[in-house]
Design a protein around this ligand. Sequence first.
Ligand SMILES: [Zn+2]
Length: 135
Amino acid sequence: MKSKRITVISIDVINDEKLSPLERRHLAVARTIAGWFQTPIPIAKLVCAKVVIVEKHLVLDGVYSLGSKSIYLTESVVNRLQPTIETTIHEIAHHITGSEDDTPEHELEIDRVSEEVIKRVEAGEINNLLGDVTW
Ligand SMILES: [Zn+2]
């Protein structure tokens, strides 16, 4: 989540079977990327979810739950590859640092994770998944 403070009312996971084939492919890319950052603590799950927050004026891309060590991406994000990857990187940085938005720790980690992802994508590590998706 790119804004400072949010209060989550509910998180309803949308099962993979209810997603479109395109959304499922985007999730597969996100999960592969999350799989590259499983230390020191594994990411428990990365799923699409309907997330309801108190701050109705905010547009939510995703949330990371420190408690469940899980990443939740919203439907509008999972619908497109670029935001799926960007939000995944953002939430991975929360997972690794435990830091909130707009902190130096989180910002630095976003940069570090992004570099690693770019390196591995350029090396062709997700070519098998990218074959049939559009950036
Ligand atoms: Zn955030």
